[in-house]
Write a protein that binds this ligand. Structure first.
Ligand SMILES: *[C@@H]1O[C@H](CO)[C@@H](O)[C@H](O)[C@H]1NC(C)=O
Ligand SMILES: *[C@@H]1O[C@H](CO)[C@@H](O)[C@H](O)[C@H]1NC(C)=O
Length: 400
């Protein structure tokens, strides 16, 4: 009788658990914070109720379970391996009046600080043709400390104008791409990650011609530096008319050689190498035209290329993924080779074959993110910084 009673209770409990649990049983995943939503895509392949289509995809997101933001939206089980058990996703810094957390996130392991820049020329950016944007840092040592202290302006020198991209550490320094402002040129600089945050300018022209506005930067395993140039400074009213096509360049700091490695992209933006450096991903934010609005028929697409082993030029372009919300801006790769793209609903994650496996769903725009060691993903979201505590780590971006 007692056995029967126990069996009944166990059956009821397991039915209850199976009904309420949103995660598959074949992976040991726990959701202590109630932030995981597993989407069976077959349940949502047909919609059509009145007002259910996303005619404004930049502001209406695909959240068919109506899960409260922020959360982990899981499309494929592989994403459960990324987030692991009891993942959490929370705001660690917030200023509703200032888009202080836009781009150029670089983690400095020794001090456990993350550097980043504010929005250049956009909404709540406090920067325009007359005013530079800000490079700041946030201590990640203790989340509580990060929240209490907030970001600290590092007061970059005058040669750094409208920072938009960053990577590193490169030979112990932070590598920044700056868009320039007014007649002050775009440039590529090294910045000391310690006070007084002095910089050395590596490059500020293409054979005497000014760049449009340098956007993002990554370093190849050979030490060659790659960056994108796209006229967002012009689209955001702080740079003159573009004088060069929208292109991706390589710069060899040993020889000083500079060359174009990819063109024919609408607006090349974020870039990231695969873990073996034989493949590279380039985000094309063609649909986003700054203060001139957007055009949903233009690319919001990640393109994939082979990196030519001899010349390091980007060859054999093919589509990797198209984002359903905004456009992928900053790109990164995790330890499994998954490709992360900062989009208008948060950070979207595709497996190496280009299948969307999940999202760090914020319900607000992100332009970039960085891993701060294994298990910590720092997501810049303009007026907020989020910290995702997960299982995966990022691919190392250190060189030298
Ligand atoms: C989500 O919310 C929308 C609008 O309120 C509603 O039509 C829809 O049925 C909800 N979906 C779920 C799965 O709760
Ligand atoms: C900063 O200044 C120090 C001391 O002069 C110098 O050794 C270092 O190379 C500088 N760093 C950069 C990035 O310019």
């Amino acid at each position: 009788m007692l056995n029967l009673l126990i069996a009944v209770v166990v059956t009821i409990l397991s039915l209850f658990y199976a009904y309420h649990s949103t995660v598959p049983q074949d992976r040991i995943i726990r959701d202590a914070y109630g932030q995981i939503s597993v989407i069976n895509q077959l349940d949502f392949n047909v919609i059509g109720a009145v007002n259910s289509f996303r005619d404004d995809p930049h502001h209406r997101y695909f959240n068919p379970t109506n899960h409260t933001t922020p959360f982990f939206q899981v499309f494929e089980d592989e994403f459960l391996d990324v987030i692991g058990s009891n993942p959490s996703l929370n705001v660690i810094s917030f200023d509703p009046t200032f888009a202080f957390a836009h781009e150029a996130p670089v983690w400095v392991p020794d001090t456990d600080e993350i550097f980043f820049c504010s929005n250049a020329g956009g909404d709540l950016g406090r920067s325009d043709i007359g005013h530079n944007n800000q490079v700041a840092k946030l201590s990640m040592k203790e989340v509580a400390q990060a929240m209490a202290e907030g970001p600290v302006d590092v007061n970059v020198p005058q040669s750094v104008q409208m920072t938009n991209g960053g990577t590193g550490l490169y030979k112990g320094q932070i590598l920044l791409t700056n868009e320039g402002r007014g007649d002050q040129p775009a440039n590529l600089v090294l910045m000391n990650p310690y006070s007084p945050y002095n910089v050395s300018i590596l490059l500020n022209h293409f054979y005497g011609r000014q760049f449009n506005s340098l956007n993002d930067v990554k370093v190849h395993s050979s030490g060659t530096i790659f960056f994108t140039d796209v006229p967002y400074g012009y689209y955001q009213h702080f740079k003159p008319k573009p004088q060069l096509p929208n292109q991706v360049y390589s710069f060899n700091p040993r020889t000083g050689a500079i060359r174009v490695v990819a063109d024919q992209l609408d607006k090349p933006n974020g870039l990231a190498f695969a873990r073996d450096y034989k493949t590279v991903y380039v985000a094309d934010t063609g649909s986003l035209i700054g203060k001139f609005g957007h055009d949903l028929t233009l690319p919001a697409t990640i393109q994939e290329f082979d990196v030519d082993p001899k010349t390091l030029a980007f060859k054999n372009r093919r589509v990797f993924a198209y984002a359903d919300s905004g456009a992928p801006d900053g790109l990164g790769v995790d330890e499994f080779g998954n490709v992360y793209g900062a989009c208008f609903d948060g950070v979207n994650v595709w497996n190496p074959s280009g299948t969307l496996i999940g999202k760090f769903f914020l319900g607000t725009k992100s332009a970039n993110f960085a891993f701060a060691g294994k298990g910590r993903l720092v997501i810049l979201a303009e007026t907020k910084i989020y910290l995702a505590q997960i299982k995966a780590g990022g691919m190392s971006l250190m060189y030298g």
